[in-house]
Design a protein around this ligand. Structure first.
Ligand code: CAA
Length: 272
């Protein structure tokens, strides 16, 4: 919080729950911190619940146009909380329905940037892969080490990772449990950008501010088209894109964007 205040960005609102901290800024950016440092931000049920609730609320908050999700310098998140699930039984996991905590993040309609320092392992790597853009510090490590504790990824690690990096890199990570360094993750297509460790949140916040200045309905439709089209044959994906493209011509922001270009002035996008 202090860091951004020192940069001249003052949080308009800050909510510190036990396991997460949410800061909202006047420029339409929200910064959400995972805050369980003693356990390297391991995702226990209480943390997942808080996180899901934040995303549910942020989705409907018109003052927020882009969200940055981050951990601390040592860990983005070291995975699901192993201690909390060591004695779990299948029926309990089914009743617990973890997917309901992931759903609001998966369905989050606005651009989401993961700002990753340190460990992004297991559920932590899967959480980062829920984001639209991943900015990593040079010292970050990404891995799916679940096999080491006798299980496998349960929140998209076999699916999103394979789609991001292809079968052979994914299998290597999933079967050996060995993490990859940020630079390798970037080359594999798992990371958007690698920066110095102490510039991760700053870079993510700058990128988020830029995105927040864009027309939000166009951002939403781009996200929808990329995510929904990714699993479809090209023709169906193109149809989704075409319909979204045409629909944007019914927005005020399209009129404003094009008129501002013609009049050689800066556009003011209202999200209408
Ligand atoms: N669950 C619960 N606690 C965890 C944790 C996790 N995933 N990761 C770290 N912690 C805790 C440690 O138990 C330790 O707590 P105590 O001080 O009370 O002992 C504290 O965080 C600090 O961790 P370490 O002392 O281990 O720190 P380190 O720097 O020596 O090692 C590490 C760091 C290599 C990340 C190591 O902590 C580790 O291997 N963690 C587990 C990583 C993992 O296997 N993640 C996958 C979990 S399963 C999963 O995520 C399923 C899914 O797909 C949904």
């Amino acid at each position: 919080m202090d860091e951004h205040e020192a940069d001249g960005m003052k949080a308009r609102e800050a909510h510190a729950d036990a396991l997460t901290i949410l800061e909202k800024f006047d420029n339409g950016v929200a910064l959400l911190h995972l805050n369980r440092p003693d356990a390297l931000n391991a995702l226990n049920p209480a943390l997942r619940k808080e996180l899901a609730e934040h995303f549910r609320v942020l989705a409907g908050d018109d003052s927020v146009r882009c969200v940055v999700l981050t951990g601390n310098e040592k860990a983005f998140a070291a995975g699901a909380d192993i201690k909390a699930m060591a004695d779990a039984r299948p029926g309990e996991l089914m009743r617990g329905g973890n997917e309901r905590f992931w759903r609001p993040i998966q369905d989050f309609p606005k651009p989401l940037i993961a700002a990753v320092n340190g460990y992004a392992l297991g559920g932590g790597c899967e959480l980062a892969m829920h984001a639209d853009i991943i900015i990593a510090g040079e010292g970050a490590q990404f891995g799916q080490p679940e096999i080491r504790v006798g299980i496998m990824p349960g929140a998209g690690g076999t699916q999103r990772l394979t789609r991001a990096v292809g079968k052979f890199k994914a299998m290597m990570m999933l079967l050996t449990a060995q993490p990859v360094a940020a630079g390798d993750a970037e080359r594999m297509g798992l990371v958007s950008l690698v920066v110095a460790d102490d510039k991760v949140v700053e870079t993510a916040m700058e990128m988020a501010a830029r995105i927040a200045r864009m027309p939000p309905l166009a951002a939403r439709k781009i996200k929808e088209a990329v995510l929904n089209g990714a699993d479809l044959p090209l023709e169906q994906g193109m149809l989704i894109e075409r319909q979204a493209f045409q629909l944007l011509f019914d927005t005020q922001d399209q009129k404003e964007g094009m008129q501002a270009f013609i009049e050689k002035r800066k556009p003011v996008f209202k999200g209408e």
